[in-house]
Design a protein around this ligand. Structure first.
Ligand code: BMP
Length: 260
């Protein structure tokens, strides 16, 4: 059978066993979008306004909920309503990194109660496989999904070689995991999704080590599935709707090209 990256999102979604991957692929196909917005703004009003404006063009809204200075439960309710209105999934980019027992408390409880509203979250596997098991105890009953940070986009990142390989092994054997953060397709053993941050059409990076690559390199050549774009869409002087449309088109064209 052809590599998963040669198959359509629709057919991968139909066959997928993971509820979140199924939902994600179906959303991507419906909206013809493999674009995720990294909405790194710092107030509730800015986040809601951005999600409402850009919502029609994305498959996933990625949040860092702990940077919102005036977080409250109403924000979460409004984000959930926008996720239904515009048909996108919510990904809280929490990057859990502690022992299983602690991440269970952090994922299910605290101020943010992430598992109650985020379809997707992610973790580092630096503590070992217990982190996945701890998160799964909270997330599986709620129908959530987990991504492993197999690589990062920043200069000098240490997630390489044997560490990346360990991520792949753990992802393959843990059903709660449906994919990775990274720059490419990692395995054919299971249809694991890759979502890639550090994507930009114009800039090559920022002053703090971020590195940007194009949608074509990431989707067509590397076989990743979703591009994650932040400042390229909402950065200073940008028209967020126009940029979201541009990235959506670039990401989708790159996907169609790889199916050829
Ligand atoms: P921007 O496109 O503005 O550089 O934002 C990238 C987003 O992706 C940020 O929210 C960052 O936290 C996240 N990210 C990243 O840049 N590189 C990684 O390896 C993993 C990330 O989650």
């Amino acid at each position: 059978m052809a590599s998963f990256s040669q198959q359509t999102y629709a057919s991968r979604g139909e066959r997928h066993q993971h509820p979140v991957a199924k939902q994600l692929f179906a959303t991507m196909e419906r909206k013809q979008s493999n674009l995720s917005l990294a909405a790194d703004v710092s107030t509730k009003a800015e986040l809601l306004a951005l999600a409402d404006k850009v919502g029609p063009y994305i498959c996933v809204l990625k949040t860092h909920i702990d940077v919102i200075s005036d977080f409250d439960t109403d924000l979460v309710e409004q984000l959930q309503a926008l996720s239904i209105k515009h048909d996108f999934l919510i990904f809280e980019d929490r990057k859990f990194a502690d022992i299983g027992n602690t991440v269970k408390l952090q994922y299910g409880g605290g101020v943010y109660r992430i598992a109650d509203w985020a379809h997707i979250t992610n973790c580092h596997v630096i503590p070992g496989e217990g982190i996945i098991q701890g998160l799964a105890e909270v997330g599986v009953p709620k129908g959530r999904g987990l991504l492993l940070l197999a690589e990062m986009s920043s200069k000098g990142m240490l997630a390489t070689g044997a560490y990346t390989d360990k991520n792949i092994e753990m992802a393959v054997r843990n059903d709660f995991v449906f994919g990775f953060i990274g720059s490419r397709r990692f395995t054919e053993e299971r249809d694991l999704v890759t979502m890639t941050p550090g994507v930009g059409l114009h800039a090559s990076g920022d002053a703090l080590g971020q590195q940007y690559r194009t949608p074509e390199l990431i989707i067509t050549e590397n076989g990743s599935d979703v591009i994650i774009v932040g400042r390229g869409i909402y950065g200073p002087g940008k028209d967020a709707v126009a940029e979201a449309q541009r990235y959506r088109e670039a990401g989708w064209d790159a996907y169609l090209k790889r199916l050829e």
